[in-house]
Design a protein around this ligand. Structure first.
Ligand SMILES: [Zn+2]
Length: 472
């Protein structure tokens, strides 16, 4: 039986969810919903969650006078509720401070060690807590990390290292064998280039920190937060229990700033323990808001919940998926959202549903005969757009159908048929229109689940004129 499993990045708890986070999560949600329709609910696994073992978490908790666990409990709750309210249909919300995750991380690290891939060494250099990473001196400006505007610290540590360099050839071989493994191809090329330039071993523990998951062979070290975070993708499907195999390998949806971790370090870690790399890595672009980078200091981080209260979660989902081709950078502006809301949703879809339900009530006692109007060609165009991650195109195809239905009403003028007493012609037109709308609703479900359900309800017989789906 075919199965499908998809993940989002896990998010730092101390950020507030903004529109960029929603976008990655939404892509995974559309895929999960689409494959549930196609394969059945039990055949799909969709996970999202929060990355909590970061040093930044400790600092943020201290500022609030809370212990880190209390603090992460509160914030993880906010993330989970935000996604629930936006209609994100995750099966699992994983938190990296959970015991099951600690177990999975330690099991994997023990296996990596058994493969002879972990060794002790020492490392010193400039460390930026904002990045959770060592920085090159050339990346600093006046001793500060320019991106986080904070002083880098000179850290000298006994660390444990992962023999990443050992997997250079295996990775290149994997890339060659799997030409569509990273989407879009531009991101894949960057990854390949990086590996071709040669890989260095990486430090995977921190000695100076206490918050995090201890390394099993030397508990005076905690595992580097990035190494721990990547393993969430196995934890969620049940690893180290063998049942993880029913879902693995998963499709990962990520942002373009974290490709090295997901497309180089993660598959190498998996190769080290004999587990297959992820099925595919889908990389979305960056978001700007009104042409500017999203940043806390600009205060322009759009909160998805506020938008959703104003326009409804489906309108926000529709806008993001229609306006921004997957893999490209995208710009969010509320003006553009308003335009789409009026032209595509209120005047397009909303108007069609209201006209058809109204005519059924007036001319057909609210009755119609169900049938399917999707031609196999239409369906296959739609499906291949989704399966190749061209979500904007899939929506474009649906809007062609619904514009065509609206035009058919204008051309055929059913109200004249009623006046002239052309009952048969009128009934067959109304049947056709009702089924067209219902078929669109079916295709729309992965993208706009609330709206799809409302349309299906509106066509329960006897049909009455529907309330506006998208009030102006
Ligand atoms: Zn930094």
């Amino acid at each position: 039986m075919e199965r499908f499993s998809v993940t989002t990045p896990i998010y730092y708890v101390n950020d507030v969810p903004h529109i960029g986070h929603l976008y990655s999560t939404l892509i995974a949600d559309v895929l999960a919903r689409y494959w549930r329709q196609k394969l059945g609910n039990d055949q799909v696994w969709f996970s999202t969650g929060t990355d909590e073992n970061s040093q930044k978490t400790v600092e943020a908790a201290q500022k609030k006078g809370l212990d880190p666990q209390r603090y992460t409990d509160q914030l993880a709750g906010i993330w989970q509720q935000t996604f629930e309210r936006l209609g994100i249909s995750f099966n699992d919300f994983i938190r990296t401070t959970e015991f099951r995750h600690k177990e999975a991380v330690q099991a994997l690290l023990v296996d990596m060690d058994d493969s002879g891939d972990i060794y002790q060494g020492h490392y010193e250099g400039w460390y930026c807590v904002g990045h959770e990473a060592f920085m090159k001196e050339s990346e600093l400006v006046d001793g500060k990390c320019p991106e986080h505007n904070r002083n880098a610290e000179w850290l000298k540590e006994e660390n444990y290292f992962f023999k990443l360099s050992k997997y250079e050839k295996d990775l290149l071989h994997w890339f060659e064998k799997n030409p569509d493994w990273v989407v879009p191809p531009s991101r894949y090329n960057e990854v390949k280039q990086f590996v071709k330039q040669g890989l260095e071993d990486i430090s995977i523990t921190r000695q100076s920190q206490r918050w995090g998951i201890p390394l099993p062979k030397d508990t005076s070290h905690v595992i580097y937060v990035w190494i721990d975070a990547l393993i969430n993708y196995l934890t969620t499907v049940g690893y180290p229990d063998q049942r993880y195999r029913q879902w693995w390998p998963s499709v990962h949806v990520i942002g373009k700033d974290i490709t090295k971790f997901h497309c180089i370090i993660w598959p190498a870690m998996l190769m080290s323990v004999g587990i297959e790399p992820p099925k595919q890595v889908l990389v979305n672009g960056f978001f700007t808001v009104n042409g500017q980078k999203i940043s806390k200091s600009l205060g322009n981080a759009i909160e998805p919940l506020a938008l959703s209260k104003k326009y409804g979660s489906d309108a926000v989902r529709y806008f993001l998926l229609r306006e921004i081709p997957f893999g490209s950078d995208g710009d969010f502006s509320e003006d553009k959202l308003k335009q789409r809301y009026v032209s595509d949703l209120a005047n397009g879809l909303g108007n069609l549903v209201s006209r058809v339900t109204n005519m059924l009530e007036q001319f057909a006692h609210g009755q119609f005969v169900r049938s399917t109007t999707n031609s196999p060609q239409q369906l296959s165009r739609h499906q291949s757009a989704i399966e190749q991650y061209r979500f904007d195109e899939a929506l474009g195809i649906m809007w062609e159908h619904l514009d065509a239905a609206n035009q058919l009403i204008d051309v055929k003028a059913p109200w004249n048929m009623a006046k002239e007493g052309k009952r048969d012609e009128l009934n067959s037109l109304l049947n056709d229109l009702a089924n067209r709308v219902l078929n669109i609703a079916g295709l729309l479900e992965p993208f706009m689940p609330v709206t799809a359900k409302r349309i299906q309800k509106a066509f329960v017989e006897p049909v009455k004129k529907a309330e506006p789906l998208f009030p102006r």
